[in-house]
Design a protein around this ligand. Structure first.
Ligand code: HAM
Length: 419
């Protein structure tokens, strides 16, 4: 038997219903904020992520599904959406569109070769937004407000929004130098990943899962002390908007994100439930990326966005015991007795469906009892039994399954009964 690849999952029909509900709600929420959907390819040139996400990140170093196509091009299954959306923005010259900023969202599969665990897959579905073309603390606040709105609209309560500013490119450079100086004398005590990060990406040491209790991490220099005036003011303005919008947040100066393109506002939405015992607590992550467009040979526009996986949203819903209220909404199951009635039902079904009635019948030659059971299993709202007598008299009993009540109507009136 050939099994499903590790870290992937089949989403079976009962589960798919939840996905459809979630996705429908997300599309509606996006309309409230005036974001429009963009769909980019599942694969891109490897260079896009190497440059955009950053050569020294775990994503690029260890997690990408990269292969050569038959034309000898290096191709990568997208590990995230931002670089691809920015590529598309540049390629389609969206900076020239009359509506600015350009507010986009996406929803689709992403691929990372990661260790499988609850909430972590090798193929997962990211829902993300990107607002490109405005460098304005109010748009940062809008994006943060959206994150909270989305999660709260599903009824989730145990949430913690963690924010930080990692400053502009100059502040970050200075901070990185300070970190190298701080960690250099003790780096031998750190894991091999951190040792190799010291000169390529020292900020990531702060985020190390292995050595997070090391004294040098606890007393490492804080980014706040390295923010220049401009970065400080920008961050203060973002926080002021959050306060005005009554959005609770905590500041964490050790919050650094795993991708290289971030500047200024960086954030994560975490599960905040003392009873939760899963290893993964981050539901959603995002931030501002002021240098990314230029890094990808685009105009000097800036952007901000976030992404979360539907898988982690479902995990959070399950943790809080939230039922999405998925309904099986078959309107009618037709039970038939005899060949003539069965033939009639085939045509009747066709007519009902063309009139917007969700209906089905038996195809397994079940006895009446079996057909009724099938109607039950399908949670049909109504059933009718059609046999020779019903055909002859043009009369049927429409039975409401939940109450057990039934109503006699003319067979020829059945479409009207449902409309
Ligand atoms: P990220 O933090 O790498 O950021 O991923 C964002 C979210 O994607 C995570 O918080 C999590 O919900 C989900 N995710 C990531 N990896 C996995 C996985 N292996 N299995 C399941 N879910 C996963 C980004 O990707 C940025 N592009 C976000 C962004 C958009 N920043 C600005 N704009």
């Amino acid at each position: 038997m050939i099994n499903i690849p590790r870290g992937t999952q089949d989403i079976l029909p009962e589960e798919t219903k939840k996905w459809q509900l979630i996705e429908a709600k997300l599309h509606e929420l996006m309309k409230l904020y005036n974001y429009q959907e963009i769909r980019t390819p599942i694969f891109e040139s490897t260079d896009l992520f190497a440059r955009g996400v950053g050569d020294s990140t775990d994503v690029v170093q260890k997690e990408m599904y990269t292969f050569k196509d038959k034309g000898d091009r290096s191709i990568t299954l997208r590990p995230e959406g931002t670089a691809a959306v920015v590529r598309s923005y540049i390629e389609n010259k969206m900076q020239g569109l009359p509506n600015q900023p350009v507010k986009l969202y996406y929803n689709g599969p992403m691929f990372r070769y990661e260790r499988k665990q609850r909430g972590r897959y090798r193929q997962f579905t990211q829902f993300g937004v990107e607002a490109i073309g405005a460098e304005n603390p109010a748009i940062d606040a809008e994006v943060l407000a959206m994150v909270m709105h989305i999660y709260q609209s599903f009824g989730l309560k145990h949430l913690k929004l963690v924010i930080n500013s990692i400053g502009d490119i100059d502040s970050r450079k200075e901070y990185n130098e300070a970190l190298v100086k701080h960690f250099e004398p003790v780096i031998g005590e750190f894991c091999s990943d951190c040792q190799s990060r010291l000169h390529t990406n020292p900020m990531r040491i702060l985020d190390c899962k292995v050595d997070q209790n090391h004294e040098a991490i606890q007393n490492a220099p804080k980014i706040n002390d390295y923010l220049n005036e401009e970065s400080k003011t920008y961050f203060a303005n973002v926080k002021q908007y959050l306060d005005e919008l009554d959005i609770p947040y905590v500041e964490d100066s050790n919050l650094v994100r795993g991708l290289d393109y971030y500047t200024h506002t960086a954030f994560e939405l975490m599960i905040d439930n003392p009873d939760y015992d899963g290893a993964i607590t981050t539901l959603c992550g995002g931030g501002r990326y002021n240098g990314l467009l230029e890094l990808l040979d685009g105009p000097s526009e800036t952007g901000i966005g976030f992404a979360f996986s539907i898988e982690r949203l479902l995990m959070a819903l399950e943790e809080e015991g939230i039922d999405l209220g998925v309904e099986n909404n078959l309107d009618l199951f037709i039970v038939t007795m005899g060949e003539e009635a069965d033939d009639y039902a085939v045509q009747l079904l066709n007519k009902l469906r063309h009139n917007g009635v969700k209906a089905d019948k038996d195809y397994m030659e079940r006895k009446i009892k079996g057909q009724m059971k099938q109607a039950d299993r399908l949670k049909a709202r109504y059933t009718v039994v059609i046999g020779d007598q019903e055909l002859e008299n043009n009369q049927i009993n429409v039975k409401h399954m939940e109450s057990g009540n039934s109503e006699t109507i003319r067979l020829s009136e059945i479409v009207n009964f449902f409309n």
